[in-house]
Ligand binder design. Structure first.
Ligand code: MN
Ligand code: MN
Length: 452
C-alpha cells in the first residue's frame, strides 16, 4: 500500500487523467436517469459516425466491416456495435454496463396532503440505506407522457432551482440515531402554500397550478417515470482532488468509460460492442433489463443487414463472444474495515478491478470466469501497461453482489466482471478514484482489440 497509480500519473502525466475525468464529471452531473444516459450516448454516437439501426432497417441499407451502428430499446437501453473485419459469427468483444442507479421513484399516484404540506409519495428503487436519503437536497428528473402521446422530459431541482427532499427527526426528539427508516416514510415535501380559492386540497392545488403552466396534470403522473435523485453536480473529492464524488458512479462510471472506449475504436479485427442496459439494480428484469431478448434480437438484425444472418451464425456469434461485465466493485473502506479482506478486496488507485466471481455464501449465483480467458486479459493488459487488480467483494460469507455477468454467460461466452472500485456505493454520493476511472477506460479500449 506504499505506492499507488498516482505515481504513474504524476506531474505532466496527470493531465490526460484530469481531462478525461472533467468530461466524465460533466456526464455524471447531467445524466442521472437511464433516459438521460441514452440521450447522451446517442448524441455521442451520432457525432462519431454511428448510424441508427432502425433507420438502416427502414431503408434496408447493408452493413460492412468498419461500419458503426446503434440500436435503442425504449429509450432506456442501447447496443452500439462496430462491425469487425472478421465474420460476426467468430464472436464479438463486448463491454456491458448498466445505466440505472439506486434512487427513489415517484409513485404512480403520488400527490397527497398532510398537515398543510403538499406531499409526493415515493417507492425506492434498488438497494438503498433509506436514512442516507433524508435531509438531502433532491431533484426530480423524469418523463411524462400525456394521453395524446406528447412527451415532456423535465428536470426540476438542479442549478439554482428549488430542491425537494425527505425530512428526518431532530435528535432532540429521537435519541436512537440508528433508526430504521421505513420505505413508506419516504415522502417528499413538495410545497406549503395554500391555493386560497381552491375548494379542497388547497396545498396540492397550488402545486398543480404550477404544473398546469407546463401543461401537466395530476393524472399525467400515472403515465410518467419520475426519479428522485441527489441534486447538484459531481465534484472533485479530497484536498488533493484525486477522487470524484457524484451520484450514480454505479454503474455510469463503467458505462461512460466503456462508451468512450468504443467511440475511440476504429476498424477492429473482431466486432466490438458496448451494451448500456437498464434494471440491473432490481434484477435485470423487464423489457429493458439484460434478461430481455432485445440484445439478441438487435444482434440478429445487425447480422442480417451485414448479410451474415442465420440462426446458426447468431448462436455461434453469441457463443464465441467475450465479455467484460463492466460493473463497479466495493473499495476497501478505512473507516469500516470489518467486512473487507485487505489482501483480496479492491483498493483505490490500483487500477481496474477484475472480479473472477461475485455471488455470495460459497460463490452462490456467481459467474466464475475461466482462467484461460483471464490469462488472455492479463496478457493484453500487461502489454498495454494497464494497471489492474484481482479482487473479490468483501470477506467470505460477508454478503456479496450480482451483476449482469451470469446472464451473458448463459450464451456460453467468456465473461468476467471488470470495473471501477467505489466508496459509499449506493449512497446518494458515491466516490471513485480518477486514476481508476482512466485506467478502466484504457482497459476497455485494449479489450476491444482482442483478436481471439
Ligand atoms: Mn452495479
Ligand atoms: Mn449497484
Amino acid at each position: 500500500m506504499e505506492t499507488n497509480l498516482w505515481e504513474k500519473y504524476s506531474g505532466d502525466k496527470r493531465k490526460p487523467v484530469e481531462d478525461f475525468c472533467a468530461n466524465y464529471k460533466e456526464f455524471l452531473s447531467n445524466c442521472k436517469t437511464e433516459r438521460e444516459c441514452i440521450r447522451f450516448a446517442v448524441q455521442k454516437a451520432d457525432a462519431n459516425g454511428f448510424v441508427s439501426l432502425s433507420k438502416l432497417m427502414e431503408t434496408n441499407t447493408p452493413l460492412k466491416a468498419g461500419d458503426k451502428v446503434y440500436g435503442i430499446n425504449m429509450d432506456k437501453s442501447m447496443v452500439l456495435m462496430i462491425i469487425g473485419k472478421e465474420p460476426i459469427e467468430n464472436g464479438i468483444n463486448i463491454v456491458g454496463a448498466h445505466i440505472d442507479s439506486p434512487r427513489l421513484d415517484l409513485k404512480a399516484n403520488p400527490f397527497y396532503e398532510s398537515q398543510g404540506f403538499c406531499m409526493l409519495d415515493t417507492h425506492y428503487y434498488g438497494g438503498i440505506k433509506k436514512y442516507q436519503w433524508t435531509a438531502q437536497p433532491l431533484a426530480l428528473h423524469g418523463t411524462i407522457v400525456r394521453k395524446d402521446g406528447s412527451k415532456e422530459n423535465f428536470v426540476y431541482g438542479e442549478g439554482d432551482e428549488p430542491v425537494v427532499g425527505f425530512t428526518d427527526l431532530l435528535p432532540h426528539l429521537e435519541r436512537d440515531d440508528k433508526k430504521d427508516i421505513k420505505g413508506e416514510d419516504l415522502n417528499l415535501i413538495a410545497g406549503n402554500i395554500a391555493q386560497t380559492d381552491a375548494k379542497k386540497d388547497k396545498f396540492k392545488a397550488f402545486i398543480l397550478e404550477i404544473l398546469k403552466a407546463k401543461n401537466i396534470t395530476e393524472d399525467d403522473f400515472f403515465s410518467a417515470e419520475i426519479e428522485v435523485v441527489p441534486a447538484g453536480k459531481a465534484r472533485d473529492f479530497g484536498l488533493d482532488a484525486s477522487m470524484i464524488m457524484g451520484y450514480g458512479h454505479d454503474d455510469r462510471v463503467c458505462a461512460y468509460t466503456g462508451l468512450e472506449a468504443l467511440l475511440q475504436t476504429e476498424n477492429p479485427q473482431k466486432s466490438a460492442m458496448c451494451i448500456l442496459v437498464d434494471k440491473e439494480e432490481i434484477g435485470s428484469v423487464g423489457a429493458t433489463g439484460m434478461h430481455s431478448k432485445y440484445f439478441e434480437n438487435c444482434l440478429a438484425e445487425i447480422m442480417n443487414l451485414a448479410g451474415q444472418y442465420s440462426e446458426l451464425a447468431l448462436r455461434r456469434a453469441l457463443n464465441r463472444s467475450k465479455m467484460l461485465s463492466s460493473d463497479v466493485t466495493a473499495a476497501f473502506d478505512p473507516n469500516f474495515p470489518a467486512p473487507f479482506n485487505a489482501t483480496t478486496d479492491a483498493h483505490f488507485a490500483k487500477g481496474i478491478s477484475f472480479n473472477k466471481f461475485t455471488g455470495s455464501h460459497g460463490k452462490s449465483g456467481a459467474n466464475d470466469a475461466n482462467p484461460e480467458f483471464i490469462a488472455q486479459l492479463r496478457n493484453i493488459m500487461d502489454n498495454a501497461d494497464v494497471a489492474f487488480q484481482a479482487t473479490e467483494m468483501g470477506r467470505v460469507d460477508q454478503g456479496g453482489g450480482g451483476t449482469i455477468a451470469y446472464i451473458m454467460a448463459k450464451y456460453g461466452m467468456d465473461v468476467i466482471d471488470a470495473g471501477v472500485p467505489v466508496l459509499n456505493m449506493h449512497a446518494p454520493w458515491e466516490i471513485v478514484s480518477k486514476v481508476d476511472v482512466y485506467e478502466a477506460f484504457r482497459a476497455y479500449k485494449e479489450f476491444f482489440l482482442l483478436k481471439n
